[in-house]
Design a protein around this ligand. Structure first.
Ligand code: FCB
Length: 453
């Protein structure tokens, strides 16, 4: 077990791994699935590296049984996956495609039969193209469409799924997808980004109500990408810049969800851009939820921007970087968990994604040695363990990702998996970190059992 880990995790801590539909499933034209914005984006020249797409991905759609067997070998308590809206409602709304739901039905049963709890994300970015064509997330009507989809899914799976995550990383969908155009649907409008954020949040609140009705006894939450922006110095200017980044990444989503209000400083700064917020919207958005999902990979060092901007990210020279160029800042996760507990008091927290890309290769002996990924995971888990010891109600941890997969605009170039995927053959090769995580989970369980005895 990790030498860095001084504190044990509680006996009932949930050990998991996470994925998302478009990144692993493939089978984009099968069983009546409709087109998603990511199919369209990938087909648009210059948007995704090397013209990659999720058309085949890991072929999880056909190989999920083999992959669930890998999860069993890993000793997972839980598997986080997402449902593809265009499989369920190929036209975005209206006609429900039973064959699309059948796949998730089989997957859920396969997991439950293996003693693995399904943690289901309802939206991990694959908006039906028909919804985008009708106005997409910047349009308020998409909230109703999303509710139709959530009705269909929860009516079918609500009796067996115990954990629901409404949305994954609304910040990324809003800003990266609609503000800056680096992700589908590729819009470049700040007003669209903020309208998208509001409608994602509103649809979350509406979905909570639907899930409570159709999946009684289940727990419902949302996953945000969050970080700890550290000011680069003690100067008031750098502090203000860090606060701006905190407002943009974190508070813009946390405040409405947990306090029923948008943060005043940001709302003022964005006054000309914010969409219409109707009476009752914030009450809907702040409906009680059972847990907050936290995705965290890195945390920025922030300084004042002397060129007239609000902030500037400062490159650290004293830290390691992953293959994404992301800085390895494990104390950022620790500090974030403490801060969330202190400022927002969610009833429970899960790390729903954490992990690292490295340029893995298969050695001559067939093995994939990824010591760096192991160190990354050890360091972040040590940070999480310290937060638990300090009273944060962190209930589980999901490594991103089970498999190497389609990393959005980066295509297959970036590998995040505990399991290496040889794309030409789709062969799965557990990496060193897979065996390490397996032994780590087993050691945690053994320790908990010893303590209970
Ligand atoms: C997160 C996404 C996930 C994956 C990781 C690396 O932003 O939720 O799908 O791409 O980053």
């Amino acid at each position: 077990m990790s030498s860095q880990l001084t504190q044990p995790f509680p006996a009932d801590f949930v050990w998991g791994a996470a994925t998302a539909a478009y990144q692993i499933e493939g089978a984009v034209n099968e069983d009546g699935r409709g087109e998603s914005v990511w199919d369209r984006f990938c087909a648009t020249p210059g948007k995704v590296r090397a013209g990659d797409s999720g058309a085949v991905a890991c072929d999880f759609y056909h190989r999920y049984r083999e992959d669930v067997a890998l999860m069993r070998e890993l000793g997972l308590d839980a598997f986080r996956f997402s449902i593809a809206w265009p499989r369920v409602l190929p036209d975005g709304r209206g006609r429900v495609n039973a064959a699309g739901l059948d796949f998730y039905d089989r997957l859920v049963d396969e997991l439950l039969g293996s003693g693995i709890a399904p943690y289901v994300t309802l939206f991990h970015w694959d908006t039906p193209q028909a919804i985008e064509d009708a106005g997409g997330w910047p349009s308020r009507a998409t909230v109703d469409a999303f509710c139709e989809y959530v009705e269909a899914v929860s009516q079918r799976l609500g009796d067996r799924v115990g954990r629901w995550i409404t949305h994954n990383e609304p910040w990324v969908v809003s800003w990266v997808g609609h503000g800056w155009g680096h992700h589908a649907p590729g819009r470049e409008s700040e007003a669209d980004a903020l309208a998208t954020a509001h409608h994602l949040l509103l649809s979350h609140g509406r979905a909570v109500e639907i899930l409570r009705r159709n999946s009684p006894g289940s727990q419902v939450g949302i996953t945000l990408n969050l970080d700890t922006p550290y000011p680069a110095s003690d100067s008031p200017e750098d502090a203000a810049a860090a606060r701006w980044v905190d407002g943009m990444h974190n508070r813009w989503f946390l405040d409405p969800l947990f306090r029923g209000e948008y943060p005043e400083d940001m709302a003022e700064a964005w006054a000309a851009l914010v969409p219409e917020v109707r009476d009752g919207d914030l009450a809907t958005i702040s409906r009680a939820i059972d847990f907050l999902g936290v995705n965290n990979y890195t945390s920025p060092l922030v300084a004042a921007d002397t060129n007239g901007g609000r902030s500037r990210i400062v490159r650290r020279n004293d830290v390691d970087r992953t293959d994404m160029g992301w800085e390895v800042v494990p104390e950022g996760l620790h500090d974030l968990l403490l801060r969330l507990h202190r400022d927002y008091r969610p009833g429970a927290l899960y790390v729903t994604e954490n992990g690292a890309a490295y340029p893995d290769v298969r050695g001559h002996d067939g093995h994939v040695r990824d010591a760096e990924r192991q160190s990354y995971l050890e360091a972040y888990l040590a940070g999480a363990a310290r937060a638990v010891a300090q009273g944060v109600p962190l209930r589980g941890y999901f490594a991103w990702s089970l498999l190497d997969n389609f990393e959005w605009a980066w295509g297959y170039w970036k590998r995040f998996g505990l399991v290496y995927v040889d794309y030409p053959t789709l062969e799965r090769v557990p990496k060193g970190s897979f065996y390490w995580y397996r032994d780590f989970i087993a050691a945690q369980r053994a320790r908990a059992a010893e303590e209970a005895a």
